[in-house]
Design a protein around this ligand. Sequence first.
Ligand code: RB5
Length: 146
Amino acid sequence: MRYVVACDHAGLPLKGILMEELEAQDHRVEDLGTMTEESVDYPLFAVKVARAIEAGTADMGLLLCGTGIGMALAANRAAPVRAVTVSDCFSARMAREHNDANILCMGARVVGPGVAVDILRSWLAAEFQGGRHTRRVQMIMEAESL
Ligand code: RB5
């Protein structure tokens, strides 16, 4: 898979270790910033990742900030993607199996590096189950017209 990854200053401590895990599992990884600890506005980075998926230049995204919350909120408004904030392995698996989520968001002020790697592994090991979930995911994407 082609992954695009981005973070703000608060998410930076998790970025390197999670990119290493993606690469170790043979995913192609592109880093869209931020590269330093200087304070930045996380929505700008969420939008970059969401738009790369919308444009088809990436399949999946990983977004990291302090909580993972602001990144998911911004990504879900910027493009027709499904970004989820996750801080446990079960939710990571369910987000893939039931919701076909395509952007994983985590908070470096919520989970440490060990938990974050386990969450990413759970996400990577899971697959969308289709079936009844396909209809529901479609309803999410068309929620404005329900
Ligand atoms: C930055 O202080 C913090 O607000 C940001 O990283 C994130 O947690 C927002 O949701």
